[in-house]
Design a binder for this molecule. Structure first.
Ligand SMILES: Cc1cc2nc3c(=O)[nH]c(=O)nc-3n(C[C@H](O)[C@H](O)[C@H](O)COP(=O)(O)OP(=O)(O)OC[C@H]3O[C@@H](n4cnc5c(N)ncnc54)[C@H](O)[C@@H]3O)c2cc1C
Length: 309
């Protein structure tokens, strides 16, 4: 893509450098695909390049995992392997022991269905800030109750749940010039039992519905709906609901207009699949770990759909 309105590329991570006509440049897979005139009424004049930020891509502590905004999909995909590798940093593996939430990392990365270039260049932050309904890093970070750390041009720093950062199709809560610095995934959510479901209209297609369920040690259930909806929708229950209760809460939380509508799926299909996958997740987490899930009534047989199925 010819970005012939760009006058300068500035290497900086300081939001104070930002001015009108600037865009943060991470992996560039969106910026260089859509060009410099697609990001607002005025063409872009400068790119503020995060390429030399030097931020540690992934940091694991007892509190959880911090993903730098510049962490690439490839670096994230490597994380479960690194934690399992006994020759890796010993304290990492100890801290991450029992974090079932790590099981979500690879299915979410795989949901990108991306080329080699996108896989190796695109970043967690770029995916969140692009804010497409089918953003798989949005699914992962919202599904694990991630909190975004945001730096403002005025020097302020604020935190926002990822589920609230994304506000619509291509829309988010960032003010002009704000920089997404990192996302923190708390150990509490990482420790939960998790279930993942994804559907796409075609084998290697973009996600039409991607749902993540979590059950904590106290029996509390959280369900995060992404891809089917224009922004993430989260439901929380003090205990695992029965099928009618879950269906009713989904119906109440997602009005028809909130289902996404594009070439990757009609809203009516996305609604039906959201209900179906939610019921599969409920049944899976309601069964003992490792046991086949009993799915009620209309939703039988269950469909395991992890890789673009
Ligand atoms: C073939 C192909 C397939 C794709 N498939 C998908 C898909 O399935 N799902 C999907 O969601 N996307 C998809 N994309 C779009 C895109 O690749 C991803 O959204 C990617 O994660 C964007 O990351 P990036 O680092 O390349 O962002 P960039 O192109 O660098 O930036 C994207 C936007 O985010 C802003 N930005 C980047 N980082 C920050 C930051 N730290 N703080 C504030 N603003 C920031 C930029 O200014 C820009 O507006 C696809 C693209 C291609 C070319």
């Amino acid at each position: 893509m010819d970005m012939n309105t760009i006058e300068a590329v500035v290497r900086t991570t300081d939001p104070a450098d930002w001015r009108d006509g600037d865009a943060w440049l991470a992996g560039g897979t969106v910026l260089f695909s859509y060009g410099s005139t697609a990001f607002g009424p005025e063409p872009l004049r400068r790119l503020l390049d995060l390429g030399s930020a030097g931020w540690q891509p992934v940091t694991v502590t007892a509190d959880g995992i911090e993903l730098a905004a510049t962490c690439t999909v490839a670096e994230l995909y490597a994380l479960p392997g690194k934690l399992a590798d006994e020759s890796g940093p010993a304290d990492w593996a100890v801290k991450a022991q029992g974090w079932s939430g790590l099981d979500l990392v690879r299915p979410c990365c795989d949901s990108f269905v991306a080329s080699f270039k996108v896989w190796n260049m695109s970043t967690v932050g770029g995916n969140l800030c692009t804010s497409l309904p089918a953003g798989p890093m949005i699914s992962l970070c919202a599904g694990l109750d991630g909190t975004a750390t945001i730096l403002s041009p005025g020097g302020a720093r604020r935190e926002l749940p990822v589920a609230d950062l994304i506000t619509g199709d291509g829309q988010n809560a960032l003010a002009p010039g704000e920089l997404l610095r990192s996302v923190s995934l708390p150990a509490s959510a990482l420790s939960d039992r998790v279930a993942f479901r994804r559907l796409s209209l075609s084998n290697l297609g973009r996600s039409g519905a991607l749902l993540i369920g979590r059950l904590d040690g106290g029996g509390r259930f959280a369900l995060t709906v992404t891809a089917a909806t224009k922004r993430p929708v989260q439901l929380r229950f003090e205990s695992l609901p029965d099928a009618p209760e879950l269906a009713g809460e989904l119906e109440a939380a997602i009005p028809a207009a909130l289902y996404h509508d594009d070439i990757h799926g009609l809203p009516e299909w996305r609604r039906d699949m959201t209900h179906r996958l939610a019921e599969e997740i409920r049944a899976e987490l309601g069964s003992p770990a490792g046991a086949p899930a009993a799915v009620s009534g209309d939703f039988w047989p269950p469909q395991q759909t992890t890789r673009g199925a």
